[in-house]
Design a protein around this ligand. Structure first.
Ligand code: XMP
Length: 323
């Protein structure tokens, strides 16, 4: 019968047998799937696994620390963190178009990840032949079966490496659904914040700032987002909503008043949605007192924000994210 214990034991045995004395790498995103996949493989082959985490500077408050400290403490995984914030911010300078932002973030991400990968491969030690991916059952079905290898083109000249490296894939979550992955993660002792994390887009807060992405705006949005998450958690609403993007309308200003003075600040949008699979969604009917608390705290505590608005659009016609 299906138990998380059986799944873990089965996978650990299979991965050990497959990898032997060779090495594997795994990219961590901060999300549930890659974290659980990495933890499983770590349990099987220990220090023969190296994880890579690209810090693009677009994560929410505390998320990078969760990976760097809590995940490492819980698993003992060998982790290479690349601080690429400056690089991403430089590449995003002056860009407001959503699609262009996505392209730039995706491109930079691959470059940074491949560089880190090349450095790991160049280290002394057995061959790195395996790439760990957090593919779930729904992903397998969607892509019509999937493959067993990945071609990673290396654009970087690292002495003696072939131009094209072929990795064999390890996908220990291929038979699991999301809720099962969370259970396995919990059994493996991963932090609650990672195991129960709601969906968060790869391009991060970069697509939750309407307008140019700057360090100052990211810090502001991080504060507002942290307050919204804190209040939703305190109200016990995390399981009721699918996710709640918090968006900064950086190109919009409106007049406000504080003390004796007039302010001219930016609005923050709350976008709480309920959904089954993110293909369609409805706006969540959150209690007014919770919305009120979030609004009061954000306008009091976040500099330059003098208004909080609620997005009451379903999907379709609105997407969940604003960009
Ligand atoms: P939309 O905005 O299309 O979002 O209704 C549907 C779901 O996908 C997430 N999302 C992304 N996830 N990379 C991701 O990994 C992305 O570029 C991306 N864009 C949107 C979004 O948060 C929602 O859960």
């Amino acid at each position: 019968s299906w138990t998380t214990g059986n799944v873990i034991e089965e996978q650990v045995t299979a991965i050990r047998e497959l990898v032997g004395d060779r090495r594997a790498i795994c990219g961590l995103s901060g999300g549930v799937d890659s974290a659980v996949a990495a933890a499983l493989v770590q349990k099987a082959i220990g220090s023969q696994l190296t994880c890579v985490y690209v810090d693009h500077g677009l994560m929410r408050k505390g998320e990078t620390e969760q990976v760097e400290k809590d995940f490492v403490a819980a698993t003992g995984v060998q982790l290479k963190v690349v601080d690429a914030e400056d690089r991403f911010l430089t590449a995003l300078k002056g860009v407001s178009d959503p699609e262009e932002k996505r392209k730039i973030i995706g491109r930079e991400f691959i470059r940074v990840f491949e560089q880190a990968q090349a450095e790991i491969i160049a280290d002394e030690g057995p061959a790195v032949e395996f790439l760990v991916q957090g593919t779930l059952y729904p992903d397998v079905v969607e892509s019509g079966g999937g493959t067993g290898t990945a071609n990673i083109k290396s654009h970087h000249n690292v002495g003696g490496l072939p131009e094209d490296l072929e990795f064999k894939l390890i996908e220990p979550l291929r038979k699991l659904f999301k809720d099962e992955v969370r259970m396995v993660g919990q059994e493996l002792g991963l932090p609650e914040e990672i195991v129960q994390r709601q969906p968060f887009p790869g391009p991060g807060l970069g697509i939750r700032i309407v307008g140019e992405v700057t360090k100052e705006r990211l810090d502001l949005l991080r504060e507002a987002d942290a307050i919204a998450r804190e209040e939703l958690t305190a109200a016990g609403l995390d399981r009721d909503i699918w996710q709640c993007p918090v968006v900064l309308l950086a190109d919009v200003r409106s007049v406000g008043v504080q003390g004796d003075g007039r302010t001219y600040g930016h609005p923050i949008v709350l976008r709480p949605v309920s959904s089954e699979d993110a293909m369609t969604a409805d706006w969540s009917r959150l209690p007014y007192d919770v919305l009120g608390r979030i609004s009061t705290r954000i306008t009091n505590e976040v500099r330059d924000v003098n208004r909080v608005v609620l997005d009451v659009t379903s999907k379709p016609p609105g997407t969940i994210e604003w960009e």
